[in-house]
Design a protein around this ligand. Structure first.
Ligand code: BGC
Length: 333
């Protein structure tokens, strides 16, 4: 007995340490699993309507560029409203951070799930065209949203004519700013078709104008990264007199950098009318922005898919239009 008692204490200590170690390993595994799952697909919302039973209701998927991104939340809102109105099931998925490989994987996943229709941004038209064509070949109709993959077999596109929007912004700038200007461009995702097309449009408008693009960089559609890129640009090229952001949070990020470096002389133009952009335009910190219609894109895409399913004719592309908004418009609201 005394022997047992003497050994009892160390044995229970060993047991306790072993269970603590196991618990720690378990917690680490749970955290790692959570992170991986998040990275792949955290945004997953859907509407369930009374009426048709789940099995009878068409199941559509909208693949967005980034999970819970303020711009894509507007596209999602429009799509969900139309889905509700027509009693279809809409699932919304997207990578946690903008990432072409993850985006493509989600497209593959939707095909494997044999959904009834896919809405997808033609984020990288070259990389994603074969996958869009694969969906079409399997009888799953695809509508591209926000960014087209015009060489694919998708049934339609709903969104901005991105090249034309860049041209529109470039022409606007040329008409209203004094030449010469040395310009830096902060773009969204590297490899994104819409960003490339916008920059091409801007460059076309700047041809023979005395407006010269001296630096370009990518924000990965993040405000923080846009600020970092803009700060580096201004440090490396202090001669820059204007910065243009070509995705939704770039102009706000550029403003952060301009403020940090005390460069209120730098003119800023951007894309989209997210609330903070409007506020900065109203205060005169951002000169103007190209306004798109993300809510309409989402809504019309779902409506067109429903029409298509009913055998109705749909247009091969629906350009939702853009306009340039300045302080005058914001302050008149
Ligand atoms: C673009 C989207 C992009 C978003 C990011 C918008 O201007 O149309 O493709 O994901 O900016 O903020």
């Amino acid at each position: 007995m005394p022997h047992k008692e003497r050994n009892g204490a160390p044995q229970s200590k060993i047991l306790l340490s072993a269970s603590l170690l196991l618990a720690a390993v378990f917690i680490v595994l749970i955290v790692l699993f959570g992170k991986t799952a998040n990275g792949i697909n955290t945004m997953n919302r859907s509407v369930h309507q009374p009426g048709l039973s789940g099995a009878d209701r068409p199941h559509f998927v909208l693949i967005v560029e980034e999970y819970q991104h303020p711009y894509w939340n507007l596209v999602a809102e429009g799509a969900l409203d139309a889905a509700k109105a027509h009693d279809v099931l809409l699932e919304i998925v997207g990578p946690f951070r903008s990432n072409i490989a993850e985006h493509k994987k989600l497209l593959e996943k939707a095909i494997s799930a044999k959904v009834d229709g896919i809405f997808v941004q033609g984020l990288d038209d070259v990389a994603e065209t074969p996958v869009i064509n694969k969906a079409m070949a399997k009888g799953i109709p695809v509508i591209t949203v926000d960014t087209d993959a015009s060489g694919s077999k998708r049934i339609s596109y709903v969104g901005t004519d991105n090249y034309t929007s860049g041209l529109q912004l470039g022409k606007y700038i040329v008409e209203r700013s004094k030449a010469p200007q040395t310009i830096g461009i902060v773009s969204g995702s590297k490899g994104a078709t819409n960003q490339r097309e916008r920059v091409e449009g801007i460059m076309r408008a700047f041809k023979k104008s005395g407006f010269q693009i001296a630096a370009t960089g990518f924000s990965n559609i993040s405000r923080v990264q846009a600020a970092q890129v803009a700060e580096n640009m201004l440090r490396e090229h202090p001669e820059l007199s204007m910065l243009i952001g070509t995705s939704g949070l770039d102009a706000i990020g550029i403003f952060d950098a301009v403020k940090l470096l005390n460069r209120s002389d730098v003119i800023i133009y951007g894309y989209d009318d997210l609330p903070e952009t409007l506020e900065l335009i109203g205060k005169g910190h951002i000169r103007g922005t190209v306004v798109q219609k993300p809510y309409t894109m989402g809504r019309r895409a779902v409506e067109m898919m429903i029409d298509y399913k009913k055998g109705k004719a749909i247009p091969p592309a629906l350009y939702t239009g853009t306009k340039i908004l300045t302080a005058k418009d914001v302050n008149a609201r």
